[in-house]
Design a protein around this ligand. Structure first.
Ligand code: NA7
Length: 286
């Protein structure tokens, strides 16, 4: 796809801002829309314009990327008044990068296809830092042709963009990946607390884990967060609770999956806005 492809970007949250910025920095003209006004003040780039509705975004751009929080947000943006599907235009490509339920994704894909719009579900693995550095992992569901057309755009956002099947497959792959994220987060929190109870310094335990065969980037980052008492959300705990609920709807009923869903749901009211690893504060109270 030509470098001059115009991109409409919907959703200027923690992920949407750095991701859309990257495309502007790559020379794409980007038109942005966010439900709450003022978020666009984050941009100093010249190649952007502001839109007042998803409908206008679709009319004026070839490719539209949607990066919002959940199923409800997607339904509002696609089927609400002045939503994407209120326009009647065809031939465009919509890339839905939000983590939502595979069922809602398939429903939106069907509505888009009826209108001659190509729909790709393309959620990402990675957080704000990976969004800023273009090192996310994109897992896409939808037509191969549409995927190949937008691949140059996805390549600017990610270190790996992979098509895993038809519509909904990207969402299911994301739910699998995030279930592992939840399991690893709760696992790390549990062993840190266990070691503390037995008089082992957290720093020592993390040093051991990081230098063992189990050491990995994720455990290092979250271990550092625990050590520094830094629970500012890179990936909000409320989002993992949402993803695990979606995984359950998609059929996840394994022992660990069931356990972490319960933990994160219980933690959500108090720590939902904090980082996923704030689960340690909930477990500490038990
Ligand atoms: P954030 O930072 O919580 O941002 C959420 C975005 O979604 C933000 O732009 C919201 O607009 C938008 N939103 C939420 N509800 C709606 C509705 N009903 N209509 C329109 N727009 C809405 O999330 P992240 O950027 O961290 O994460 C985005 C996705 O990536 C999510 O699926 C994660 O699981 C992974 P607002 O500014 O509130 O008006």
């Amino acid at each position: 796809m030509n470098i001059k492809t115009t991109i409409g970007w919907i959703g200027l949250g923690r992920m949407g801002i750095p991701m859309s910025k990257r495309l502007m920095d790559e020379g794409y003209p980007v038109m942005v829309y966010n439900r709450t006004k003022g978020k666009e003040e984050a941009f100093t780039e010249s190649l952007f314009s502001i839109s007042s509705s998803p409908a206008e975004i679709l009319k004026k751009n070839e490719v539209v990327v949607v990066m919002v929080s959940d199923d409800k947000a997607i339904q509002d943006i696609f089927t609400g008044p002045f939503g994407l599907l209120s326009t009647g235009v065809s031939g465009k490509i919509i890339i839905n990068m939000s983590t939502i339920s595979p069922d809602v994704s398939k429903e939106m894909a069907l509505l888009c296809n009826k209108q001659g719009i190509h729909y790709l579900d393309a959620p990402v693995s990675g957080s704000v830092k990976q969004a800023e550095t273009g090192t996310l992992v994109v897992m896409a569901g939808g037509e191969e042709d549409a995927f190949q057309k937008v691949r140059p755009i996805l390549n600017h956002l990610s270190k790996l963009a992979i098509r895993v099947g038809a519509n909904g497959a990207g969402n299911n792959a994301k739910l699998a990946v995030n279930t592992l994220l939840g399991i690893m987060s709760q696992g790390l929190a549990e062993v840190v607390l266990f070691a503390q109870q037995n008089g082992i310094q957290t720093e020592d335990l993390l040093n051991i884990i990081n230098n063992s065969a189990m050491g990995n980037v994720y455990l290092k980052i979250k271990g550092d967060a625990i050590l520094n008492d830094n629970f500012q959300a890179a990936f909000a705990l409320k989002h993992i609770a949402k993803d695990l609920r979606l995984a359950k709807q998609s059929g996840l009923k394994s022992p660990l999956g069931t356990t972490i869903l319960k933990t994160f749901q219980e933690a959500e009211a108090e720590y939902g806005e904090e980082d996923i690893i704030a689960v340690i504060k909930k477990l500490e109270k038990e």
